[in-house]
Design a binder for this molecule. Structure first.
Ligand SMILES: *Cc1c(COP(=O)(O)O)cnc(C)c1O
Length: 407
């Protein structure tokens, strides 16, 4: 938590905040209000906090917002603005940063997908906007084509428009499945190795048949280049989460792509009602916070970040390996959650411990630590959600738990 002093320090060090309102005075007077009463709700409500050695999981509240994002949220909360004005101006900046024609901040990647498809279905036809998600008996298209290997729960976002999903495996099957009701071709980057058709060909098939394409890259930055790679490749719509590695608000995401579809998607977005998107509101604070998160993420030194994450991983690895019978493998998933990841396994004859018991031990310790179970009866960790220095605590606690079970 930021206390008042550190907050003031951050604010004065932050050019953007002063620039937002053309001066520091209104912010300073805003801060003098008792809005920041030193109330510790975490303690008051007995909410468990923990060191996150697991990763950017929705259930674990994603990532921790960058301080500049929090400061932007606080500063922008002191003024009224028109929601559409904020979206338009932020969208223009985000489009430039991501090499897209247009962009809008959505309530996460999931809603970016629902709203992007809504835009494809309705165009600028207000009557169609109000008909969604009831497509039967209308002339609105109603099918989205997906490769079988790309089928995950998140494709439900597409069904929220009223569309049904048609699964295919090969190019032949895809071309056979295309019919006048086909609205869109959807691609899931994180499972691209589980399908037979790759990105470029997917885009080309869309262009050949004049059907828009969308890609889900929710958890797929870093590498930072993914923010523009798929816009440049020709996907009509690109959807990404804001509250994972980018450290924006957890409930924010980006819909990027062709202006005609983004303009249309916005007809289904707040402040407009009678739409499927009315419940997918993003407040001005989060829209602005998302913009700052994106800007900062792009400006980061990726190589330096990577080396820092690897150094943390090495520290934890060394501690675990000092326990006899423990094996640690380091890898970085290629397609999503691309970050140094540690896979711990152990010889039960030397360390008599189940993965579940180790998870419980770390969770119930002080401080509480979250990790994830892997498919080899062991545990996995990442180091990108750790605060500086927490790798030492994780290393010590892990070693303690392993040693306790040493035979
Ligand atoms: C996290 C995730 C989503 C949902 O993103 P939100 O920003 O939480 O809405 C969608 N698709 C994939 C592949 C994801 O990993």
């Amino acid at each position: 938590m930021l206390n008042r002093r550190s907050l003031l320090k951050h604010l004065s060090a932050m050019p953007l905040v002063g620039g937002l309102f053309g001066g520091a005075a209104p912010i300073a007077s805003g801060l003098a209000a008792p809005a920041l009463a030193p109330r510790n709700l975490v303690k008051e409500l007995g909410i468990r906090t923990f060191i996150n050695a697991a990763g950017t999981y929705t259930a674990m509240t994603g990532s921790l917002m960058d301080d500049d994002v929090v400061n932007t949220i606080l500063a922008s909360s002191k003024e009224f603005m028109l929601l559409d004005d904020v979206q338009t101006k932020v969208g223009e900046k985000i489009a430039v940063l991501t090499h897209a024609e247009s962009a809008v901040v959505t309530a996460g990647c999931f809603s970016a997908m629902t709203l992007g498809l809504a835009g494809v279905l309705t165009g600028m036809d207000q009557k169609k906007v109000e008909q969604l998600p009831h497509l039967e008996g209308t002339d609105i298209k109603s099918e989205v084509i997906i490769q079988k290997g790309h089928n995950v729960g998140y494709s439900h976002s597409l069904m929220n428009t009223g569309c049904k999903i048609v699964f295919i495996e090969t190019v032949e099957e895809l071309e056979k499945a295309i019919n006048p009701k086909t609205a869109m071709l959807w691609f899931l980057n994180i499972q691209s190795d589980k399908g037979k058709i790759m990105h470029q060909q997917w885009v080309e098939l869309g262009k050949k048949h004049n059907i828009p394409t969308m890609i889900d890259i929710a958890a797929d930055v870093p590498p930072v280049e993914n923010l523009w790679k798929f816009n440049e490749m020709g996907f009509d719509l690109v959807c990404v989460s804001g509250g994972k590695a980018m450290r924006g608000p957890q409930s924010a995401g980006l819909l990027m792509g062709k202006k005609m579809y983004i303009d249309a998607a916005r007809l289904s977005m707040p402040p407009r009602g009678s739409t499927i998107g009315r419940g997918m509101k993003v407040n001005k604070e989060e829209i602005l916070g998302m913009y700052v998160a994106l800007e900062k993420f792009i400006a980061r030194d990726q190589d330096k970040d990577w080396k820092m994450l690897e150094a943390r991983a090495a520290h934890i690895t060394d501690a675990a390996k000092s326990v006899k019978g423990v094996n640690v493998e380091t890898f970085a998933p290629e397609l999503g959650n691309h970050t140094p990841t540690l896979k711990f396994t152990w010889d039960i004859a030397k360390v008599n411990l189940t993965a579940k018991a180790l998870q419980e031990g770390l969770r119930n310790g002080n401080p509480s630590i979250e990790i994830v179970l892997n498919d080899a009866n062991g545990i996995n960790m990442t180091t990108w959600m750790l605060k500086p220095g927490e790798e030492k605590i994780v290393a010590t606690r892990l070693k303690e738990e392993l040693m306790k079970a040493a035979v």
